[in-house]
Design a protein around this ligand. Structure first.
Ligand code: ZN
Length: 587
């Protein structure tokens, strides 16, 4: 067998003020007929063509005999002229993306994913790869620290690009789960109760490891965190996750309550951690071989994001970090988000998964009317599946058993799952046919019977309008437009979305219209909400608005607000099947 060669990447922060990393790639034995190489167009876990090659500048190549010519053969691929000796490719990458999906460098912090910085040498994807990151090379970065889970040497390109790097004046907090070292690393020091955070994360991580019933699939795990004023997001990797959060997401020393921000941050950590099993290892067949150069399609993202979204909050209650009441509050919010999206009646979960590249990741003003998220609806399908199996088997089987079986299957075969494989496996484990369930839940746009299912678990679901009171005798007479609006800093009320067949749409209002008056009285950001509460659903109003600079008048018949908001309540204080579901009692 041919000995694998060792491809080396040397990275330096070339100029933090210009946001530029320099990368030198050394290929000892380039392919003989001219080495081709490319920069990925997308990063696994975030299904959008991002064309990272657009940030590559100053690219050149040389060998021991001198410069080697490079020819661009498509937007992301180069070909180096034939050369007999080792090939060295030197290039700079502009890095100023504030998300955790690309690369960033300034005088305060640095961050990159391999998909933004590392070229993929075609034909040599299964080489040994090593990376050196030299922060001493620039006076600004010389005292920075580095956090990454990248091993000293990896054996393929997929692994090379699955370990992001965070650098700067880092703040590290370690904890241990069943002997496996874990840590959370922040891009700056923050004043917060990190003992509590580590303690809560340890419980959540242990709950997930125990769910899969075997040893964790990594030898260590790191949460890499970028902190920004309005940050929120996460991206999963095989032994770490990159997270974006706000400074006030962290718990304050001395405060033992769980704020919504802290609960949401724990949910984000829980979500990305669950992905270490579900999508990084158990994966769709379509992701078994990643090409990085174009879209890779699957109808199964609802399994990988929806089921993960179901277990992220479930792990919080099972681990005892939040109460059952708090969990029902989260679940009610997810149900509300799905019901507030009329697009659920137009797009199935399978379609939402398949079209994520052009729809979910590229939302526009009509998205609520035409799309449904495979995260939120997917998590409700996971809930309905779990409750259906628990109810039909008197609690003997559940979605936990399906996840365990998927994990066993992965360990035995290493293969991705085919389009119908999950459904077949679920039916086998449940012991009864789930064909009708999946047909409705995944391939139709019909609503799920969630309220009935939850009732069987001692939980009452109440659907009501957003602007309402608990007292049915005194409902708020709220004038409903059927549009969402943005309150801009200059007090303009700008419509962002107009729901299909709503009062606003029937009156001819459209996204981007600026509403300036209702019944000839000026409305602004500061008074639009209170203005609408003064109207009755049966009132007719005159609206003045601007569209692309032209003033127009429209007459709008207000309407009744749809009952889209779901509140969940425990009706039985004790309920054995519900307790088995919400408590950590895995067999
Ligand atoms: Zn996810």
């Amino acid at each position: 067998m041919e000995k694998r060669q060792s491809v080396i990447f040397r990275v330096t922060p070339q100029d933090p003020h210009a946001h530029v990393f320099q990368v030198i790639c050394e290929i000892p034995s380039p392919t003989t007929n001219g080495q081709q190489f490319s920069i990925p167009s997308w990063i696994p876990g975030s299904y959008l063509i991002r064309e990272f090659a657009k940030h590559v500048v100053d690219i050149s190549a040389h060998s021991s005999t001198g410069p080697v010519a490079l020819t661009k053969i498509d937007k992301q691929t180069w070909c180096a002229d034939k050369c007999e000796s080792a090939l060295t490719i030197t290039y700079s990458v502009y890095a100023f993306d504030p998300s955790i999906r690309a690369a960033y460098l300034d005088q305060f912090i640095g961050f990159f994913n391999g998909t933004s910085l590392f070229i993929k040498p075609h034909g040599l994807e299964n080489s040994h790869f090593t990376v050196s990151l030299d922060l001493k090379a620039h006076p600004i970065t010389q005292n920075w620290e580095i956090a990454t889970t990248l091993p000293t040497q990896v054996n393929d390109y997929d692994e090379l690009v699955d370990h992001p790097f965070l650098m700067g004046n880092l703040s590290r907090h370690a904890f241990d789960v069943d002997g496996i070292p874990h840590s959370i690393v922040l891009d700056r020091p923050i004043k917060a109760d990190f003992n509590r955070l580590c303690n809560d994360l340890e419980k959540i991580c242990r709950t997930q490891i125990e769910l899969f019933d075997t040893a964790a699939p990594f030898s260590s795990y790191m949460f890499l965190v970028r902190v920004e004023e309005d940050g929120y997001g996460g991206l999963e990797h095989r032994s770490c996750s990159a997270l974006l959060c706000k400074p006030h997401d962290f718990p304050v020393v001395g405060d033992t309550s769980i704020t919504d921000h802290y609960r949401s941050f724990l949910g984000l950590c829980s979500h990305e951690y669950f992905h270490a099993w579900n999508v990084k290892r158990i994966k769709p067949k379509a992701f078994e071989e990643l090409t990085y150069d174009q879209e890779q399609y699957t109808s199964l993202l609802w399994i990988f994001e929806g089921i993960t979204s179901y277990y992220d909050d479930l792990a919080l209650v099972r681990s005892g970090v939040i109460s059952q009441k708090s969990y029902l509050d989260l679940l009610g919010k997810t149900i509300t988000r799905v019901y507030q999206t009329p697009g659920r009646l137009k797009q199935s979960l399978a379609e939402s998964s398949y079209d994520t590249w052009i729809k979910f990741y590229r939302p526009d003003e009509n998205s609520p009317n035409s799309h449904i998220s495979y995260y939120t609806k997917g998590s409700l399908v996971a809930l309905a599946l779990d409750l259906t199996i628990r109810q039909s088997t008197s609690g003997k089987k559940s979605l936990d058993d399906i996840m365990k079986a998927l994990w066993q299957r992965y360990k035995e075969t290493g293969h991705g799952i085919e389009e119908y494989e999950f459904e077949q496996l679920a039916g086998e484990i449940a012991g009864f046919s789930l064909n009708d369930f999946f047909q409705t839940a995944v391939r139709s746009c019909d609503d799920l019977p969630l309220a009935e299912l939850l009732t069987a678990f001692g939980i009452e679901a109440d659907f009501h309008a957003e602007h309402t009171t608990k007292d049915p005798e005194k409902p708020i007479a709220y004038g409903y437009l059927g549009a969402r609006y943005r309150k801009s800093d200059n007090q303009d009320v700008v419509l962002t979305h107009v729901y299909g067949n709503s009062p606003a749409m029937r009156a001819g209002l459209a996204p981007h219209d600026i509403i300036i008056a209702i019944d000839n009285a000026r409305v602004r950001s500061s008074n639009i909400d209170t203005t609408l509460t003064r109207y009755h659903p049966e009132d007719k109003v005159c609206i003045h608005a601007f569209r692309r600079g032209d003033l127009f008048v429209s007459y709008l018949q207000m309407g009744y607000e749809p009952k889209w908001v779901c509140t969940l309540r425990l009706i039985d204080p004790k309920h054995p099947i519900r307790d088995a579901w919400l408590k950590k009692e895995f067999s």
